[in-house]
Design a protein. Structure first.
Length: 270
């Protein structure tokens, strides 16, 4: 249908992770693997990705050089050469074997970009948070996991799943620590909303995919609900329920009653 689209993105999440995705894509293109005429296996990286003791990275992607580079005889990491904007290091045997096991062929000369070989364990982000509104809470949740997010096949979905897990754990901990819900029945379900665009003659809709749930009963919570319920168990319990809820409210009827109710003339006091 004209005007519809397929997208994995959540606006706020995509907005938060976009700067990190851009940095990762840039690093994939500006870090090079190559081999010199002496047979040494090398990596060349821009200075901006290297956390120098005298000039640490303040904002951006930082390489875990200790996981990539071969240390010298004193156990220190030093480049074998340097130019104005980049440093070249000899890689460690473990890193070389790891790359070789993929069937990669090391190129001579300037080599080629590291690309997808820049995996989540080889870097991290040191950031001044980009957000200034409520999105900063989301960014704080995700910053530690950003390498996992930006290297995944579907970054927005991975970010959403991580945020669900963190927020669920935080909320359940708050419920258990507090006393506000003592003596009450409580069902708390965390999950993912999936918006479905209009399709043929069907209207747009939203699916809710449950992720985990916390259950407590006012008369005492059974042992089977002491720990959070995971997705498979939640779906099984939902499937056991009657598809008709006798307690459900008819929204049209309720709105009709509101419209028929007497109107009161309420004015602000002078």
């Amino acid at each position: 249908m004209e005007g519809t689209c397929i997208s994995p993105s959540c606006g706020k999440i995509t907005h938060v992770i976009s700067p990190y995705l851009e940095q990762y894509q840039f690093a994939k293109e500006r870090i090079f693997l190559h081999r010199d005429d002496r047979g040494r296996h090398l990596i060349t990286a821009k200075n901006s990705f290297i956390d120098f003791a005298s000039h640490p990275v303040k904002d951006g992607l930082v390489l875990h050089l200790e996981r990539i580079v071969a240390p010298n005889e004193n156990g220190n990491i030093h480049p074998i050469s340097a130019v104005s904007t980049s440093q070249t290091y000899e890689v460690s045997e473990n890193f070389r074997k790891r790359i070789d096991q993929t069937g990669y062929t090391w190129k001579s000369g300037s080599g080629e970009s590291i690309g997808d070989y820049l995996t989540e364990d080889l870097f991290y982000f040191r950031e001044e948070f980009h957000e200034t509104d409520e999105s900063i809470l989301l960014e704080r949740n995700l910053i530690e996991f950003m390498p996992i997010i930006v290297t995944s096949k579907n970054p927005p979905l991975r970010a959403a799943k991580i945020n669900i897990q963190l927020e669920f754990a935080r909320t359940v901990e708050s419920i258990r620590r507090g006393s506000e819900y003592n003596g009450k029945n409580l069902l708390y379900i965390a999950g993912l909303n999936i918006d479905i665009s209009e399709y043929k003659d069907y209207p747009a809709t939203t699916y809710f995919v449950p992720w985990a749930a916390h259950i407590q009963l006012k008369d005492g919570t059974p042992e089977e609900y002491i720990h959070p319920l995971e997705q498979e168990r939640i779906c099984a319990l939902i499937a056991e329920q009657d598809s008709v809820n006798p307690e459900q409210a008819d929204l049209k009827e309720q709105i009709g009653r509101m419209l028929k109710a007497p109107r009161f003339d309420i004015k602000s006091p002078k």
